[in-house]
Design a protein around this ligand. Structure first.
Ligand code: GLN
Length: 284
């Protein structure tokens, strides 16, 4: 079979399996299997595929047909222009989370913020991007050992190991005890009754521990906000990614804990995506 034939066949299989971007993904996965660019797939459509290449590609298509996330199959995901290794047990970086990173970077520049504590680092995409693009000093925790190891590897691959340090622990457990300028988190925030409505790719394959935020989805906002009172300096800032309908409740949690100047940022779809606020100058 040649490239064109094999792409058409795989695209059809993915379409039947309910993969939305079936043609594009078939092309990209073949490019991945052959170790070439998508452009070469498009321009070299008569190239014959050998058995070893076909076998490798078939394995990838088989996984994708079951709705395993594309990023797990290729083992990486682009975020903030950087490459991140991902795999089972790691939440795949989402484009929406770039809004969170950009909000922190803008505030860091404006208010001269330098030290960051990140709760729940996952792949490390937030801390690594902040270290790489803004030169910030990032310390992070995650309860998952796989996450800590992955974040370390991603820091190394992106050459920011000197500006990042990751620790295994729940919420603030394990973080170096000091007063940080910033606390940032994209915590698990899906509420109990919404877990079943997640896309199959997410629900079946991505770690529940990175998604489920308790019955009302807000467990981690409460815990992190309370914990931040010890680790955030007066006048420091907290930044959260939130579910699109959680801005009101998360703002209230911040206000109840003495935060001021609370602001909401929208994502590219116009949905509320980030809530941030400033810790008051005095203990409450
Ligand atoms: N944005 C993710 C999703 O919709 C949820 C990530 C999270 O809970 N932090 O799948």
């Amino acid at each position: 079979m040649n490239v064109r034939e094999i792409v058409l066949e795989a695209a059809e299989a993915l379409r039947i399996a309910g993969i939305e971007e079936y043609r594009l993904e078939a092309e990209l996965l073949l490019a991945e299997a052959l170790g070439v660019s998508r452009l070469e797939i498009l321009t070299d459509s008569q190239r014959e595929i050998n058995d070893a290449e076909k076998k490798k590609f078939d394995g990838m298509i088989k996984r994708r047909k079951k709705h395993e996330p594309y990023a797990y199959i290729v083992g990486r995901k682009e975020f903030m222009g950087l490459d991140f290794c991902v795999g089972e047990g790691i939440l795949v970086p989402r484009p929406d989370t770039e809004i969170l990173v950009e909000t922190v970077m803008e505030a860091a520049k404006k208010y001269g913020l330098k030290t960051i504590a990140e709760i729940g680092v996952g792949s490390g995409c937030i801390s690594v991007s902040l270290a790489k693009h803004a030169g910030l000093k990032c310390y992070g925790t995650d309860i998952s050992e796989t996450a800590v190891e992955t974040a370390e590897k991603n820091a190394e691959n992106n050459e920011v190991s000197d500006n990042t340090a990751f620790f295994k622990g729940d919420i603030f457990d394990g973080i170096p005890p000091m007063k940080y300028d910033v606390v940032v988190s994209n915590p698990p925030y899906i509420r109990g009754k919404d877990m079943d409505t997640l896309m199959e790719d997410v629900r079946k394959y991505e770690p529940e521990g990175a998604l489920y935020g308790g019955e009302d989805g807000l467990d981690f906002y409460r815990k992190i906000t309370e914990g931040s009172l010890e680790f955030l300096r007066h006048g420091g800032y907290i930044f959260y990614e939130i579910g699109y309908d959680e801005a009101g409740e998360v703002s209230k949690i911040l206000a109840d804990n003495g935060f001021t100047d609370i602001k909401i940022e929208k994502d590219l779809s116009g949905l509320d995506r980030v809530v941030w606020g400033r810790k008051g100058d005095f203990d409450v």
